[in-house]
Ligand binder design. Structure first.
Ligand code: ATP
Length: 447
């Protein structure tokens, strides 16, 4: 983990938030390369969930959430961790993480476990009172449920279909830790997939398989992923079945994504006319909603769809792919190199164009010309690396996972050729500049 954290800072992937003022715990900022990597991971998810399928629509909803949404979802009452306070040093810990003494000062003068709500509350508008508050959403899912009718009405979707959303979520985690694994502000990639009751077991199984395959495509080896079925008290009260995709993070086996069968709990909780809808889940009585969140079957009966929810963390995904890609390679003769063997579709920089000499105008101009030609394919960022030191440039781009380095030398000016170096094999080949567009677009078009 230390190697990854150090590389992230050194090369501009991830920084501690508000670092110059001592840092804000549980928050991180994604730097120039981190934002590219994160966007690439999110795009890969969006592509596989929305574009490659014909049964999913997208959504981008507000972060600030009406208190009633989180009241009827159950978050206001139950989105808590039991906490213990140390009466001596005032430190607070999750009850399941301590024994009978304070991990900070050793005192045994502790409170009984008490619930601590994980949601951030804020006020909306000029007056701050009990009628003007809202929450920062603790998950992206709730806004999908409450937009169900808007999306059905505007798209004429019939079951089964899904709504996908990527966005920020906020949880006041008691003990944020393990770099970007457990943070207080994070991003989720969530799909709510609506199905007929009775078809839910099939879809749950199928989504667990599809999501596992997707992580493998992002560069996580199958043997580092472990799907576990959550049972007994660990199963959320609304869930009929939950499978967690666990990954061997540097600090241990932990959840990367959860796939839950949420039954009719969510639409049942947020719908009006609950009494007439034959809702199976145990929902809070709702007398505020003005929308019927149900669909009609062929006999014109109203049905509240069941929901299968694959919910993945973007930040945990970034940590997992970085961990897999990070390689300290032995080159023989006592030499090593750090290389980030990211899948090429995830690499923050798609190609670095390097002029052999930084002060030679013709070489530098040629490099910029090549960069512009390649940038227009929109596969991602292409840069000109004008350090004048080829070895240093290669080392840098190995460390940040750039798959291709293209060196512009005097042959480029005289013989119209360019040298392409492959990150993983370090092989170099010289090709005609006339073929560079095809080479580049062929290389990335299957990524
Ligand atoms: P955990 O048990 O690790 O706290 P959870 O079961 O509460 O996770 P979910 O509510 O199922 O998590 O959220 C779905 C996904 O969102 C998780 O699989 C994870 O990838 C991500 N996630 C949840 N909490 C955090 C957090 N504090 N920091 C980063 N990612 C998170």
């Amino acid at each position: 983990m230390e190697d990854i954290v150090a590389l992230c800072k050194r090369r501009g992937f991830i920084f501690q938030s508000s670092e110059i003022y001592g840092g804000l715990q549980g928050m991180y900022d994604y730097g120039p390369l981190g934002v590219e990597l994160k966007n690439n991971l999110k795009s890969a998810w969006w592509k596989s969930i929305v574009y490659d399928r014909d049964d999913v629509e997208g959504l981008d909803s507000s972060i600030l959430t009406h208190p009633d949404v989180l009241k009827f979802s159950g978050h206001t009452d139950t989105f808590t961790d039991p906490m213990i306070d140390c009466k001596s040093c005032k430190a607070r810990f999750r009850a399941d993480q301590i024994d009978d003494k304070c991990p900070k000062c050793g005192s045994q003068d502790l409170t009984e476990p008490r619930p601590f709500n994980l949601m951030f509350k804020t006020s909306v508008g000029p007056v701050t009172d009990e009628s003007s508050y809202a929450y920062l959403r603790p998950e992206t899912a709730q806004q999908i449920f409450i937009n169900f009718k808007n999306i059905i009405d505007s798209t004429s979707r019939t079951l089964p279909f899904g709504i996908a959303q990527i966005g920020k979520s906020f949880r006041n985690e008691i003990t944020p830790r393990n770099f970007i694994f457990r943070v207080r502000e994070f991003e989720q990639m969530e799909l709510e997939f609506f199905v007929l009751p009775g078809h839910d077991d099939h879809w749950h199984k199928s989504w667990v398989e599809m999501r596992t395959k997707w992580w493998i495509k992002q560069g996580i080896p199958k043997d580092k992923l472990n799907v576990i079925d959550i049972t007994g008290d660990d199963l959320a009260h609304y869930s009929k079945a939950t499978a967690d995709i666990m990954y061997s993070f540097p600090h241990g086996d932990e959840e990367l994504e959860g796939i839950a069968n949420r039954t009719d709990f969510d639409l049942g909780s947020h719908t009006k006319n609950q009494g007439s809808l034959n809702i199976k889940a145990n929902v809070k009585e709702n007398n505020k909603s003005n929308s019927r969140l149900a669909v009609q079957n062929e006999n014109k009966e109203w049905i509240v769809p069941y929901i299968i929810e694959p919910s993945a963390g973007v930040d945990r995904g970034v940590l997992a792919v970085l961990n897999e890609a990070f390689t300290n390679e032995d080159l023989g003769d006592g030499k090593t190199r750090i290389v980030l063997k990211l899948k090429k579709h995830l690499s923050p920089i798609k190609a670095a164009v390097i002029p052999l000499k930084r002060n030679n105008e013709n070489l530098v101009n040629k490099a910029h010309e090549v960069k512009s030609r390649l940038q227009k394919y929109q596969f991602g960022r292409v840069v000109v690396e004008n350090t004048g030191n080829i070895g240093k440039s290669y080392r840098k781009h190995d460390e940040v996972g750039t798959p291709l380095c293209l060196t512009v030398d005097f042959d480029s000016l005289e013989k119209n050729t360019i040298t392409i170096r492959d990150r993983d094999t370090m092989n170099q080949e010289s090709i005609s500049l006339d073929n560079i567009d095809k080479y580049f677009s062929d290389y990335y078009s299957d990524a």
